[in-house]
Design a binder for this molecule. Structure first.
Ligand code: F6R
Length: 608
């Protein structure tokens, strides 16, 4: 939520900051702005709305200088407006600040600053930081930032420039992500590595409580006591090319189509014969894992849905009791501490504030943490005892697609690995399951080749106002995910429900023509699903069925049917998710929605 970028070097400041902001736009798009220092003055351009508005302003009136900071905003305090856009400056226009996060005690700080005759131009929490730094400024920006941040409560990553020190950007991180890219005669900072990739692959990830002084040929880090901190550079694997849309009209569609290759790559990386290699960051010992008493999964949104599928897998294959919780709930309940549980955090971004808070809560109770993360070096990956990377490549579309199927894949592999350690599946059962996994990419491609069929169904239902998604067993979470995908990008109301629960209340919503998406692939609950569909049909619902190839019964039962290739019940959520993603995508496009940047959302949710 909110993206920040900063650059110091010889390249054109306008194009570097704009390119960085385009990469970060998925983090928020309520307003944007940039600032530089030129001839002893802070120069700011900022505007409400999409980044295109800022681009127009900069082409008419570009910034000059060799240092600059930029921001793309997801509004928290203060409505989206020009004044509330970042950068924020103090009364004397001495410093400019961009900020990602929330200052929880901003109200009392603002009151005190007002009493000391500061005047405010915005409703943002960020503006208090600019005033504090200006007030504390003597002749050292680093020291005034350190002094000011000691007053702040909340989570924040900030970048600050000062008119009197045009040779440095001072950055500070607490709770929100901040990464420094190390270049030749240039350095760049950003909320996320995607904004650095055009310049360098050498990065330094900042930790909470660290301040950085970023100069053209030097970067230095300090702790809260102003003591120097030594930090290691790391090379990132993602390439700048992987960040483009290719020939696709939207990132979301590109990412949906990338899924067979993501799974193929993961198979190559993580399956060696009959053995599993979950990566070098997965460092729990087999003994530790074999002795687990239970698993607690905590995650948000789509990642929570993946975790829900994980519960079925761990319980079925490895016979390990598994709890699943939404992070913002997990954090505030008081789980019973017994046995030797493993807490799992599942997250694409690795920065979701609720998931991170859940992880820290579990750590404080001395529980072991395993995370499933896509973004390398992200906070959750760094704070976990072990991490399995999703290896899905950068996911830019706000609605998660390829990261979700990769999460399902990792959970499947992990459950097989645990089953092997606990002897709940024998070697020949495992090799059979590995064979089934290896057939996945081809089956996924086959589904994608039938995209037109889904588009045709989407056309029929594009004007519907309310959808119900139903499934049972391991495909109940698939129904939840199908409904979430549809509502978040099309703004059409959709509810996911376990099919067997319909008769206990929600069936009252069904009347003639009500659209219901039913997942009725061949499984242990297939017959039960058929009965549930009959119940809906007899109330004249219009049922879109996702079924298994060769099933003629559902052809008669469903108003529309989409077939996926045959596969085992426990692998089916990976295949089922593809038509659900395509259905949501096409309905949203047909309704003219901004698929990659749905309203009110941001990809990396760094506020609680
Ligand atoms: C929906 C979606 C969100 C995220 C959620 C958690 O398509 O992407 O529901 O899944 O905000 O994000 P991560 O996985 O980054 O923790």
């Amino acid at each position: 939520m909110c993206g920040i970028v900063g650059y110091i070097g010889d390249k054109d400041i306008n194009s570097v900051l704009m390119a960085g902001l385009w990469r970060l736009e998925y983090r928020g798009y309520d307003s944007s702005g940039v600032a530089s220092v030129m001839d002893g003055d802070i120069d700011v351009r900022k505007v409400k709305g999409r980044l295109m508005n800022l681009q127009k302003i900069l082409s008419d009136k570009p910034l000059s200088g060799t240092i600059g900071i930029g921001h793309t905003r997801w509004a928290t305090h203060g409505e989206p407006s020009d004044q509330n856009a970042h950068p924020q400056v103090g009364c004397k226009n001495q410093v400019a600040v961009v900020h990602n996060g929330i200052i929880e005690n901003y109200y009392s700080l603002k009151e005190e600053l007002l009493k000391r005759k500061h005047f405010f131009k915005s409703d943002t929490d960020t503006e208090v930081i600019a005033h504090l730094i200006e007030e504390n400024y003597e002749d050292d920006l680093k020291e005034s930032v350190l002094k000011s941040i000691s007053k702040l409560k909340g989570s924040y990553a900030i970048a600050v420039i000062c008119n009197a020190e045009p040779d440095k950007i001072v950055v500070y991180k607490y709770g929100s992500p901040l990464i420094v890219g190390i270049g030749k005669n240039e350095n760049i900072i950003a909320s996320d590595i995607t904004a650095l990739l055009d310049h360098t692959k050498d990065i330094i990830t900042m930790n909470d409580g660290e301040l950085g002084v970023i100069q053209k040929n030097k970067v230095e880090f300090f702790n809260n006591e102003n003591k120097k901190v030594t930090k290691e550079k790391k090379k990132i694997k993602w390439s700048a090319e992987s960040l483009g849309k290719g020939d696709f009209p939207h990132y979301m569609l590109k990412e949906i189509h990338e899924q067979p290759n993501v799974i193929k790559k993961n198979i190559k990386l993580k399956i060696k014969g009959n053995e599993f290699n979950l990566g070098k960051n997965f460092n729990f010992s087999p003994k530790e894992l074999a002795n687990l008493s239970h698993i607690i999964i905590q995650a948000c949104g789509t990642s929570w849905h993946a975790g829900y599928v994980g519960k079925y897998l761990f319980e079925d294959f490895a016979r390990i009791r598994t709890e699943i919780d939404i992070s913002s709930e997990f954090r505030y309940r008081n789980p019973i501490r017994d046995g030797a549980p493993l807490v799992m955090a599942i997250t694409q971004s690795g920065e979701t504030a609720d998931t991170l808070a859940g992880l820290r809560e579990a750590k404080a109770k001395f529980l072991k943490i395993l995370s499933l993360v896509n973004v390398q070096g992200s906070t959750i990956a760094r704070e976990s005892d072990s991490t399995i990377y999703l290896d899905a490549g950068p996911e830019i579309g706000v609605a998660s697609t390829k990261a979700f199927t990769s999460q399902l894949f990792q959970l499947y592999l992990l459950s097989l690995y645990l089953a092997k350690l606990k002897w709940t599946l024998n070697d020949s059962e495992i090799s059979k399951k590995i064979k089934e996994i290896k057939a996945l990419p081809k089956k996924m491609k086959k589904i994608l080749e039938k995209e037109k069929e889904i588009k045709k169904i989407a056309k029929k239902f594009k004007n519907a106002k309310d959808f119900m998604f139903i499934g049972r067993g391991i495909n109940y979470p698939s129904a939840l995910e199908g409904a979430l995908k549809l509502k978040e990008i099309s703004y059409i109301h959709a509810t996911g429900y376990p099919a067997g629960e319909m008769k206990h209340g929600p069936i009252a919503l069904i009347s003639e023509g009500s659209p219901v998406v039913a997942i009725a692939t061949k499984s242990s609950v297939y017959e039960k699903m058929l009965s549930n569909i009959e119940e809906l049909k007899s109330r004249k619902a219009k049922v879109i069925v996702i079924g298994t190839e060769g099933d003629n019964i559902i052809k008669k039962l469903g108003n529309d049917v989409f077939y996926i290739p045959e596969c085992t019940e426990n692998l089916s959520p990976i295949l089922v998710s593809i038509p659900l993603q395509l259905f949501a995508y096409h309905i949203a496009v047909l309704n003219d929605r901004d698929v990659d940047r749905p309203r009110n959302l941001a990809k990396s949710v760094t506020v609680e």
